[in-house]
Write a protein that binds this ligand. Sequence first.
Ligand SMILES: C[S@@+](CC[C@H](N)C(=O)[O-])C[C@H]1O[C@@H](n2cnc3c(N)ncnc32)[C@H](O)[C@@H]1O
Length: 320
Amino acid sequence: MLEAEGGRGRLVRGDNRRALAELSYDLTERVTLAYLDPPFLTGRAHEAIVKTGTRARDRPGPLKAREKKFAFDDRWSSRAEYLESIGQRLVLIKELLAPHGSVVVHVDPKTSHYVKVLGDEIFGEDCFASEIIWRYRRWPSKTPNFQRVHDVLLRWRKDAKTKPRFNVPYEPLAASTLATWGTNKQRAVFEKDGRRARSSTTEEATKGVPMGDVWEIGVIAPVSRERTGYPSQKPEALLERLILALSDEGEIVLDPYAGSGTTLAVAARLGRTFVGIDQSEVALGIATARLEAAGVRFSAARATSGPTNGAPKASIARSA
Ligand SMILES: C[S@@+](CC[C@H](N)C(=O)[O-])C[C@H]1O[C@@H](n2cnc3c(N)ncnc32)[C@H](O)[C@@H]1O
């Protein structure tokens, strides 16, 4: 395990089922947001394209040499095995979530309906909070079908009876609303019989409308500085929106499928305490470098096993 100085977070290398069980020693009911971006049941192994750091002088093409490295395996004997694996992690994560916390599982339309049923079984239907559609634009593929241009993010709250952490995000007003009402806040007006009348405007500037559950956010461009070469890397803008809405500064954000460390880097930048787990050496190498570039300093590595004498091993400070 790598521990960040100043209690800013930690990175654990290994299978997340074991690591999540071990984190229960000191993180039970302390995590405000858990974001899971597991492999998507693609049936193949995925490679990262990493810079080796040396110039490829002898060859034309890019100045920096790049090589492909095995990143992670996404081959399963069956869908049932895949779902069982996700379910085992969700059960452990439920224990780590604070009563006001929530979990977001990022999947694609091939599996989202199965994962929705699984999550409802584990958290309870009344804890299901939202299905967010992340809509993106990408190069069209040749297919006798509508282009697949969205992922699905399923969110459950830990406890339906506790007010969840939710900082309302806003999105811009529709062009037609702006044309009719301008940029001032509208006030809903009701007739005596309770029917809606024409709204009026106030002096106050509008923040926009409370964010809906369909998000249009661009994928990472091939030439973007954000791109790490890790397969399935998610855009920082997506994680920023989730983290700002679903956690406060100083709270703990967990990503047990950390990959290139997108969640962790954004969480650190936004003053949250990050906890990342991944079993891929390549992933953790990229995530560590990314966090260090964002100003996080790591102290010496240490073993990941749980406490031996009842004392918690990890040291994320408890808030007063
Ligand atoms: C889709 S990628 C995550 C990408 C990440 N969100 C990003 O933006 O870079 C899934 C990651 O889960 C990791 N993973 C898969 N199964 C795991 C397991 N059982 N334990 C720990 N990590 C696992 C893989 O190594 C891979 O890095």
